[in-house]
Ligand binder design. Sequence first.
Ligand code: NAD
Ligand code: DAU
Length: 355
Amino acid sequence: MKTYLVTGGAGFIGSNFIIFMLNKYDDVKIINVDALTYAGNLENLKSVENNPNYSFIQADITDNEAIAKIFDENDIDYVVNFAAESHVDRSISNPDIFVKTNVLGTVNLLNNAKKAWQIGDDCYKPGVKFHHVSTDEVYGSLGPEGYFTETTPLDPHSPYSSSKASSDLLVKAYHDTYKLPMNITRCSNNYGPFQFPEKLIPLIMNNTLLHKDLPVYGDGMQIRDWLYVDDHCKAIDMVIRDGVDGEVYNVGGHNERTNIFIVKTIIEYIKENVDSQVGEHMIKHVTDRKGHDRRYGIDPQKIKDTLGWYPETPFEVGIKKTLKWYLENSEWVKNVTSGKYQKYYETMYKDKKEV
Ligand code: NAD
Ligand code: DAU
């Protein structure tokens, strides 16, 4: 029985990861540690909350006392660090919290893992590992050709991606300096259930259903490389089990789409399945994001060749599954866009001017 300390497990990818793991294995114990910011929601974990192998602790990863107590009271084998401030737009208007959570929070976890696991100089309890969940955004932006590989130099542009790159380097430093066992995965844009509707796909879905404007930043020709969230979860599971200590693995499914294509796909789906009144007239091109990265594209050859990972969900299947999920879970969407959450959902695009 391995014990996973999953941080940020009440967020989008973290909750999908916990559900994925508990559905797949009977012999894993998961402790979910989450501060429950606006992006964390325990409703995401309803399907597993009574599973005897699952438990939840509300704590902030920057809180040394709280994290030390968790390590003291539990025999942890793996840390899987999802906890982060994750929204680029928010990092542009308020960078400080990104540095605090993403950088200082990661260091606090590294210090506590090192302390709990170290059994001698450069020597750790057998089988332990710190898995850091990172992003393709640390590599910066691509022109029309080429892909990000694991050796592409880090060149982050936003406060968000810079804070993630900083945390990646700190995880690497704890490996290089103290030999702390670790892996880093850098994944492209995820989509699927439980994504907070500040991000492109659920935001456009919700606004279309509510007949609100559909904000497209700039010309909408920016490219993102979309991966269904379960394929990311599968990659993390494989890297934790079989990844070579100290290695970085890129994760992506060669599924590049322009933002405007994504927006039109969502409109089309709702028009066909829900409401014939919606249409492309709802699109509003608004002020572009500052420092907006033009294109991301992951080369996943390393994880494919060395661990046998491959993306199982084609985009055409995954996007329909996702949009259907949001339609069938309108109560979830309503809950995370109303009451105390409302200001988080609306703030990011409300200030933007039409161009
Ligand atoms: P999210 O914003 O949906 O969830 C983040 C979670 O972390 C929330 O549950 C939140 O409550 C928690 N959290 C925030 N600050 C915390 C703190 N100080 N202490 C404890 N918990 C805290 O994010 P996500 O989209 O699920 O992303 C998860 C991780 O994956 C992040 O590290 C992100 O950088 C990375 N990532 C995301 C994507 C993507 O497309 N969403 C792609 C690649 C990598
Ligand atoms: O690439 C991985 C990253 O993907 C993760 O590390 C981040 O945590 C995650 O938020 C995501 O970042 P993006 O900035 O790519 O995702 P977002 O959904 O915010 O935006 C996707 C694209 O759509 C981006 O080019 C900006 C654009 N956009 C976004 C919103 C919210 C719009 O045009 N309109 C919008 O309203």
